[in-house]
Design a protein around this ligand. Structure first.
Ligand SMILES: C[S@@+](CC[C@H](N)C(=O)[O-])C[C@H]1O[C@@H](n2cnc3c(N)ncnc32)[C@H](O)[C@@H]1O
Length: 225
């Protein structure tokens, strides 16, 4: 049986099980192999924009004896993946690429999205909020000393509240994540204040965000200690 890394295991845990799943930008194909070996989805697809990674996914599926259980598709985003899927997994990519892929998919609004962005999380969550998605659940994990975030999104009411989802799950790594984010925001504010073209509104918005996150950080310190 395939053993997933902590990062991919957190993505698989969020995906759960169901009727159909596509792993978009699959590369090595470990997630579809895991879904197939564990009988988690009735229909499983693996897609990638590049032939090399898709061949790696095919090779993994052969090695683990699940080649016939997975559909393989060469596709830019979900454009050439046939049919619709209940669950769409997109992991290990930048947040902006994810936005492009989701925005170009006409049926994304009826799917449950499992996303593990490597960068530009703000851009991705802003887009998801503006497109009417809510954050259903979220997880943090440490993999080889690096902090990773993954979350599940679907269309719903109430806005996209990633921190709220992490608080709800009492995620033990939330304090580490918030500390990293508050340090990043402090640096950004200092950079803006040093800059030649002051942006009072932009700095003000960042300061408000920083205050909110610092208050949450204080709260998490109470229940984490
Ligand atoms: C860093 S790998 C991540 C692999 C795997 N999802 C993971 O999390 O370990 C990114 C993969 O996404 C693919 N990719 C990048 N942009 C894509 C797009 N627009 N459509 C489909 N696949 C894409 C790349 O070819 C590459 O195989």
């Amino acid at each position: 049986m395939i053993k997933l890394s902590p990062r991919l295991a957190s993505v698989a845990a969020l995906a759960g099980s169901g009727k159909s799943v596509v792993d978009m930008g699959t590369d090595h194909g470990y997630l579809p192999v895991y879904f197939a070996q564990n009988g988690l989805f009735d229909r499983i697809a693996a897609s990638d924009i590049n032939p090399g990674p898709l061949d790696s996914a095919r090779a993994s599926a052969r090695v683990y004896g699940v080649y016939d259980r997975i559909g393989f598709h060469l596709s830019d985003g979900l454009k050439s993946v046939p049919g619709e899927f209940e669950t769409v997994v997109i992991a290990g990519m930048g947040g902006e690429t994810m936005v492009d892929i989701i925005a170009a998919c006409p049926w994304a609004g009826s799917a449950r999205l499992i996303l593990q962005p490597q960068s530009k999380v703000d851009k991705l969550t802003e887009y998801l909020g503006s497109a009417g998605f809510v954050c259903e659940s979220a997880r943090l994990c440490l993999d080889a000393g690096k902090l990773y975030l993954a979350f599940a999104a679907r269309i719903g009411e109430g806005g996209f509240d990633l921190i709220g989802a992490l608080l709800d799950s009492r995620d033990g790594l939330l304090g580490v994540c918030l500390k990293k984010e508050t340090d990043r925001i402090k640096k950004a504010i200092a950079g803006m204040e040093r800059g030649e073209h002051p942006d009072a509104a932009g700095t003000g918005a960042l300061k408000a965000k920083l205050k909110r996150l610092e208050n949450i950080l204080k709260e998490t310190e109470k229940w984490q200690n």
